[in-house]
Design a protein around this ligand. Structure first.
Ligand code: IVH
Length: 676
């Protein structure tokens, strides 16, 4: 007879041992037994369980990797995780190099760019304090990430401790997590592509699940670093490689357009042979000092660009053409095509852009077409194979009315005197198709960022008359939602919490959220900087005050006639005005603050006129803002300094400033202040 107690005791000891080594390996990165000894231990436990079924219930064998994290805590990034702007051809790259030079006021054709493959994976950031990995976050919305440290720790090649003396005491490493193409083949039944698999795995609630999928990573950048010891991107990667981080071996310095183009061609050629998906190359200004000077726009750094590879193509048939209405009223024709796989994804819709495009390419229902899919964007119809067209095929007549039945318009551009290619419904919120899209925009990540209130829920709540306009989001009857399929206690609590949280919002996000045409994130920020408070911004709702305000806005750097007209037209519409008021009254809108940056120009209001020798206007503005200053677009008594560049300053502005006793700073003094 088997002595069950004895077996149980041996078994428990082995399990304790496994937990200990598991922790040493995954949490502390300090394994004290070899991998084969670890596997042997696991096998012994497995054999014991197999022979003694009574042990099964106690099994902790699934436990591989660090302890499970039950939910992801939201944590602010030390420095936002931005995205990259894209280039698609040599011209775009030429533009990028020009823009960099213009911003820096340079004419440097020999600007060093560091190029790296753009890994198509999931971004994460790793924070080390005194060399020890203490935090690991997902990108989240770029500002707030999720605590996925335990899951990241299951990736054995990520250093848990840096065993070197020359590391900064705070070191944040940005990296891309991916699953190798070969590894993906083993699990591909469950996921659409390797990127999804990596994302799914990283977001597992239990790190034991993450550890089942072999994740890998490449480190490509840094976030917060103190003290800053790196001088160039190439040197940074070399140093972290020495500290046991994995960096991509295909990276190198290139100079000039020819080298940029050659490198792109070379990597595109070998792309399919790599064990990881890449969708382009990232080109980064190598000098970190220049990177710092270039800084960021609201979404992406000015010092880097993703030069995408050309997209994958496929042939298919157009079964139908339908129209979709966007939040700006744009009527977009969409081809419903015979489903076809393009780059591993099944495609059944492709955009036809606009009426002119259909006309130009003479695209018809029933046509055999070539479609192209690049990245995450909706595939496009490239061309039609006229030779395969049936004799009885008829020209496609573009509908002149919106889905709501109202007529549509092509706007006349004042500057080019040409009609816009895009047809639009101009009813705004009074068109239910536009209204739904506007609501989807409001809840999106970049706007109110309400978790649990995605596009599908908006559609559902719209149909149920729960949400018809933005302010309804804050009047939801949760008792009604409770009765719906798929809504339990937990999801309702989470939704309530997310909505409550979103009720406090910055002025710039509010301005962006209300969805005024031509007012994207960057312009919303400029406007928020101008108005500062919702009280001031609300003056736009009043026709008389608006007219006066708009005159001042034209002078703002970045705001032009198009934006001013768009603001005017938006608030001319009574529904827009009412909806904006109703929404505003439900919110706690925070004043715009330059995040109280302490610096040479803290709380000072500055204006520029004329060009500088060593820096562009854009850089001057960025420097002022990074030093706590606020840049104004027009002279007023609120102004502290007028900075006068030596190249073509406006005399009228200088005279106005003198009249108002505003301090005038000449270019050399400005440079002196910056250097001090
Ligand atoms: S540099 C945006 N380098 O692409 C800040 N990004 O579209 C600078 N990515 O969030 C990013 N490989 O997740 C950089 N070699 C590489 C990259 C890379 C992949 C991802 C990364 C980033 C996204 C931006």
């Amino acid at each position: 007879m088997v002595d069950k107690t004895k077996i149980l005791s041996v078994y428990k000891k082995k399990i304790q041992n496994l937990i200990k080594h598991n922790k040493l390996y995954f949490n502390d990165d300090l394994p004290i037994i070899s991998d084969s000894e670890f596997d042997k231990l696991k096998n012994e436990i497995f054999e014991l369980e197999k022979k003694n079924p009574f042990l099964k219930k106690d099994s902790t064998l699934n436990l591989v990797g660090a302890s499970p994290s039950n939910k992801f805590k939201k944590i602010n990034h030390l420095i936002p995780m931005l995205s990259l702007s894209n280039a698609f051809d040599k011209n775009d790259m030429e533009d990028f190099v020009k823009k960099v030079n213009n911003f820096l006021n340079l004419k440097n054709e020999n600007l060093e760019l560091f190029t790296e493959p753009k890994i198509d994976g999931i971004s994460a950031t790793l924070i080390y304090e005194e060399g020890k990995l203490i935090r690991g976050l997902s990108r989240g919305d770029g500002v707030v990430g999720e605590d996925i440290l335990e899951n990241l720790k299951t990736i054995s090649s990520i250093p848990k401790k840096i065993n070197a003396k020359d590391t900064p005491s705070l070191l944040e490493i940005r990296c891309e997590i991916y699953i190798g193409k070969k590894d993906f083949l083993k699990i591909k039944e469950n996921f659409a592509n390797p990127r999804n698999a990596a994302g799914g795995s990283l977001r597992q609630k239990k790190s034991t699940e993450t550890s089942k999928i072999p994740l890998k990573y490449f480190a490509y950048g840094f976030g917060a670093v103190r003290p800053m010891i790196f001088k160039t991107q190439s040197e940074f990667l070399k140093r972290i490689k020495a500290w046991n981080f994995l960096t991509n071996p295909l990276s190198e310095i290139v100079i000039g357009l020819d080298e940029i183009e050659n490198k792109h061609k070379k990597i595109d050629y070998i792309r399919s042979s790599l064990d990881y998906d890449i969708d382009g190359l990232v080109y980064k200004v190598n000098d970190l000092n220049l990177q710092k000077r270039l800084g960021n726009t609201s979404n992406s750094p000015r010092w880097a660009i993703a030069y995408k590879f050309s997209a994958e193509k496929a042939h298919t048939k157009i079964n139908d053409i339908i129209i979709q209405v966007g939040r700006t009223g744009a009527i977009t024709p969409v081809a419903k095509v015979e489903p076809v796989t393009v780059g591993g994804v099944v495609v059944s819709n492709a955009t036809l852009h606009n009426e002119d495009e259909i006309e130009r390419k003479d695209i018809r229902i029933g046509d055999i077409i070539t479609i192209q899919r690049a990245g995450d964007v909706i595939p496009q119809v490239l061309s039609v194979d006229i030779s395969k067209r049936k004799k009885n095929s008829k020209k496609y007549l573009f509908p002149k009315n919106c889905l709501c039945g109202d007529s549509t318009k092509k706007e006349l551009s004042k500057s080019t005197k040409k009609h816009d290619a895009v047809r639009r419904c101009i009813k705004g919120y009074d068109c239910k198709f536009i209204a739904k899209e506007k609501l989807k925009h409001i809840v999106s990540k970049e706007a109110f960022n309400i978790d649990g209130l995605g596009k599908k829920v908006i559609e559902q709540f719209w149909d149920l008359n729960f949400i018809k306009e933005p302010s309804d989001i804050f009047k939801l009857d949760y008792n009604k939602i409770k009765t719906l399929d798929g809504w339990g206690e937990l999801s309702i609590t989470n939704l309530k919490r997310a909505i409550n949280k979103s009720q406090t919002i910055s002025l710039e996000k509010f301005i962006f959220s209300i969805g005024i045409r031509h007012i994207g994130q960057e312009n919303a920020k400029i406007l928020a900087g101008f108005f500062v408070s919702i009280k001031e911004f609300s003056k736009l709702l009043d026709l008389k005050k608006r007219k006066k305000l708009l005159l001042n806005l034209v002078d703002l750097d970045g705001i032009g006639q198009t934006q001013v007209e768009s603001l005017h037209n938006f608030f001319l519409n009574d529904t827009n005005t009412r909806i904006t008021k109703d929404l505003r009254d439900k919110l706690n809108i925070k004043n715009f603050s330059t995040q109280n940056v302490a610096g040479k120009f803290s709380n000072k209001k500055i204006m520029f006129t004329g060009g500088f020798q060593n820096m562009s206007r854009s850089e001057a503005k960025a420097v002022a803002e990074n030093n706590g200053g606020k840049v104004l677009g027009s002279i007023s008594s609120k102004l502290d300094f007028l900075v006068v560049g030596s190249s073509k300053p406006t005399k009228k502005k200088i005279d106005q400033a003198k009249k108002l006793n505003i301090k005038i700073i000449l270019e050399r003094e400005w440079i002196k202040i910056l250097d001090s």
